[in-house]
Design a protein around this ligand. Structure first.
Ligand SMILES: [Zn+2]
Length: 131
């Protein structure tokens, strides 16, 4: 596996925080961000950073990972309804008991993997259950 620092640098806005677009006309929030509102079609959109707070709609345990991420197995993956409106499928972290539907979650930055060829660490966003 190979982590590319230039590639991560270019994508840093979306890798380390939840960035979305918000329509200046109707207020709709699109994730991932778009140049057009998915609800009304307006091109008057602004880039916003979401709070990272949401509600867990459902969760499942994943026993498969792509090469280089095997240390994360098994891992819970959740469908999360963010407070700003969009839904996102994301990995869950710090899971002690089986996650329950309706639990409140928030986004955290976590280590995803270490590149064995050069020792670089890849970080990414996960969600943890807070209540
Ligand atoms: Zn709109």
């Amino acid at each position: 596996m190979r982590i590319s620092p230039p590639q991560i640098w270019r994508a840093k806005r979306s890798l380390y925080k939840l960035t979305a677009s918000k329509c200046n006309r109707c207020g709709n929030v699109d994730l991932p961000p778009s140049n057009f509102c998915s609800k009304c079609g307006s091109s008057e959109v602004s880039v916003v950073t979401l709070s990272g707070n949401g509600t867990l709609l459902l969760a499942t345990e994943n026993f498969q990972q792509r090469a280089g991420y095997e240390k994360n197995m098994p891992q819970y993956v959740g469908l999360i309804k963010l407070d700003e409106g969009p839904e996102i499928v994301a990995p869950l972290t710090d899971v002690i008991d089986e996650p329950k539907e309706g639990s409140r979650v928030n986004v955290v930055l976590r280590k995803l993997t270490t590149d064995s060829s050069n020792g670089l660490i890849e970080y990414g966003l996960k969600f943890r259950v807070v209540s």
